[in-house]
Design a protein around this ligand. Structure first.
Ligand code: KIV
Length: 300
């Protein structure tokens, strides 16, 4: 059995200058493929709100949604460290409530760590979860759960005071015991400087190549995102075309009678013969009214 990736290994990777790869997953089959590809960290992102559940933002995502999808991912991941996002309002109210909710993601969901968004106001909560033995990943820059306060999905840390705040928040999260921090939509030079300052790894998305790792949303990577991709994403496949083509060809085959073939069907088992089946069918047809003979399509 392969050993599970640990938080300590991610810290060691940063010290060695290795780049950390993280991908989101929301279900069993894709989590299995990602794990088998050797990706060390899987994030069950609350981006599942946009990518899988059809919401416009991550705000409607509930703890029940996260538990449901985290369970599917952790059933599949044999080696990867699985980080589950804590959804909106499950950790901002009180540290006690946050601990209970994070505990459920770990205990019921099987997650190995949780991720929370924001700096200052949640630092105490991060320390509380870490003291309870739950590894915590932070998330700064564009924090999608605050999209309405931030005025949209746009680049953050655009002024000197915002950059100063980002540094302060990153350090505070590190001091509270976070083991890594996602930096989302931050100018590359700023993200690089934050990464150089911190002892814990930064994992960037739209934050340039100077981060210690990179995360992408799986549906962007696979070409399953409807509409234009965000500037920071790169599609490595066009699964949307592959899926549409497969679905169309299946429908054609069904309509043409080409699916299923004999190879895809089952004949009668040895102890059942055609005459027996026909006799049963005749009896039932008679019960519904009529002779029991199959009506012919020409009306005879
Ligand atoms: O929910 C998510 O997928 C995320 C990533 C964008 C980092 O938080």
């Amino acid at each position: 059995m392969t050993a599970r990736v640990t938080v300590a290994e991610l810290l060691a990777m940063k010290r060695r200058g290795g780049r950390i790869v993280m991908l989101t997953a929301y279900d069993y089959p894709t989590a299995r493929l990602i794990d088998q590809a050797g990706i060390p960290v899987i994030l069950v992102g609350d981006s599942l709100g946009n990518t899988v559940l059809g919401y416009e933002t991550t705000i409607p995502v509930t703890l029940a949604d996260m538990l449901h999808h985290t369970k599917a991912v952790t059933r599949a991941a044999r080696r990867a460290l699985v980080v589950a996002d804590m959804p909106f309002l499950t950790y901002q109210v009180t540290p006690d409530e946050a601990l209970r909710n994070a505990g459920r993601l770990v205990q019921e969901g099987g997650a190995h760590a949780v991720k929370v968004e924001g700096g200052g106001p949640i630092v105490e909560t991060v320390a509380r979860l870490v003291r309870a033995g739950i590894p915590v990943m932070g998330h700064l820059g564009l924090t999608p759960q605050s999209v309405h306060a931030l005025g949209g999905f746009r680049l953050q840390a655009r002024t000197a005071s915002a950059v100063e705040q980002l540094f302060a928040d990153a350090l505070a999260l590190e001091e509270a015991g976070a083991f890594a921090i996602v930096l989302e939509l931050v100018p590359a030079p700023v993200a690089r400087a934050v990464s150089e300052l911190l002892r814990i790894p930064t994992i960037g998305i739209g934050a340039g190549a100077g981060c210690d790792g990179q995360v992408q949303v799986l549906t962007d990577l696979l070409g399953l995102t409807p509409g234009p991709l965000p500037r920071h994403a790169r599609a490595y496949a066009d699964l949307a075309s592959i899926v549409s083509d497969a679905v169309r060809r299946f429908a054609e085959d069904v309509r043409d009678g080409a699916f299923p073939s004999e190879a895809e069907s089952f004949g009668l088992p040895r102890d059942l013969d055609v005459e027996t089946v026909e006799a049963i069918a005749r009896a039932y047809r008679a019960r519904r009214g009529g002779s029991g003979d199959v009506p012919r399509s020409d009306g005879d």
